[in-house]
Design a protein. Structure first.
Length: 398
């Protein structure tokens, strides 16, 4: 893999760390700003909404820039947002810093996916995207635990200064290693935005919302699920999150390899497997060992869907991959927010902490049905007869 992918992965590591590390620092942040824990929790929701809202506008604003220059600009925005958070004298300023940092998230991963795919041979595109996303998965395994420890020992602001340093390293790596690829000729922003009128693109985006959203329906409530249902101590939750993160890393790498070989078949298998894992988790979450094993599998199957879901969007929007890719990154976060809300609804309705697993299973199954529809439409478009004999013989469109 080209060294440029390492630079993109470092940037992804910093962005992933700042997204999730706040969860481990909520008590310290709440105490410093004299707000409740639920109010401090809005710093997580505010970031997610900032990602969903900022992905497309930031990409459109940078449409006339060369991709390397836009990636560098986005890292500057990321550094500025985290510096604002580190210096924040009030909760409102802290929220502002979180939203500023979030605005670079969707565009960075969207544009970074396109750049990563362009750096390698056509049959390695999904693996290249997966390598970049390895930075995001490692953020869960290493960045979040280390950032939480740093913030608890030296104050939560030290964590955000450390993230600023990661941003500077990412900026330097992109500047030194990412080639200055020419901007792809197009008919302008309005021409590229026309790709969003394509039903094929929105079908791929809907798969992302439901598929990866299913993971977060369960994961959002993993702490009370593991302590109240499986019987783990509160201190064990951190190690369980590391186990989940290890599953993310493995799934991400395997998902990229599978998608390079058979894109649609990989979506069928991985979304089907994710549906089964989430459904089974409803039962296994009541005993420690089965719960831990299923949590690892949830991370593995869940993040294995990310490279093929992202590749599906890129293939569905060949005329404007940057715009579509950024929209899909926003869709990941929109799905997360929707799933977390639905999981909270079933818990509030009295169905218990395992109930969000059923919500996730239904969402993943919905994504699988959409994938089947998309595959059939592909075969119709290619002039093939959509019968059972060809149901698992879909050529990789990349």
């Amino acid at each position: 893999m080209p060294l440029a992918l390492l630079a993109l992965a470092i940037g992804a590591f910093g962005i992933g760390t700042t997204e999730f590390v706040i969860a481990g620092l909520l008590p310290e942040v709440a105490a410093d700003f004299d707000v409740s824990i639920p109010t401090a929790g809005w710093l997580i929701s505010g970031y997610a909404l900032g990602v969903a809202a900022g992905a497309l506008p930031m990409t459109v604003l940078g449409a006339r820039m060369r991709r390397k220059h836009l990636l560098l600009l986005l890292m500057v925005v990321f550094i500025a947002g985290n510096a604002i958070s580190a210096l924040a004298p009030s909760y409102a300023v802290m929220m502002t810093g979180r939203i500023v940092a979030a605005f670079c998230h969707g565009a960075f991963f969207g544009i970074g996916s396109v750049v990563a795919a362009d750096l390698v041979a056509p049959n390695k595109r999904a693996s290249a995207i997966a390598f970049m996303f390895t930075g995001l998965t490692l953020a869960n395994v290493l960045g979040v635990p280390m950032g939480t420890f740093l913030g608890q020992e030296f104050g939560w602001r030290s964590t955000f200064w450390a993230v600023v340093a990661l941003g500077v390293i990412g900026f330097a790596g992109i500047a030194a290693l990412v080639p200055d690829l020419p901007r792809v000729a197009s008919g302008g922003v309005l021409h590229e935005l026309r790709v969003l009128r394509s039903g094929r693109v929105w079908l791929a985006v809907a798969m992302t919302v439901l598929g990866f959203g299913g993971v977060f329906a369960s994961f959002t409530y993993v702490a009370p699920m593991m302590t109240e249902e499986a019987g783990f101590s509160e201190g064990a939750v951190s190690w369980l999150l590391v186990l989940f993160g290890a599953g993310l890393v493995l799934g991400n790498l395997l998902g990229g390899r599978f998608a390079d070989r058979r894109l649609m078949l990989s979506l069928y298998v991985l979304l089907g497997g994710l549906t089964v894992v989430l459904a089974v988790f409803t039962v296994t979450a009541t005993a420690p060992v089965p719960a831990a094993v299923t949590l690892f599998l949830l991370g593995a199957f869940g993040f294995a869907t990310v490279p093929p879901l992202q590749m599906r969007v890129l293939d569905s929007a060949a005329a404007a991959p940057t715009i579509a890719s950024a929209v899909n990154i926003g869709a990941f976060n929109a799905g997360n927010a929707l799933a977390a809300w639905l999981g909270g609804v079933v818990i509030s309705a009295g169905y218990g902490y395992t109930a969000p697993n059923w919500v996730g299973a239904l969402m993943a199954f919905g994504a699988l049905l959409l994938a089947v529809v998309a595959g059939r439409l592909d075969r119709l478009r290619a002039g093939e007869r959509p019968d059972v004999a060809t149901a698992v013989r879909v050529p990789t469109p990349c």
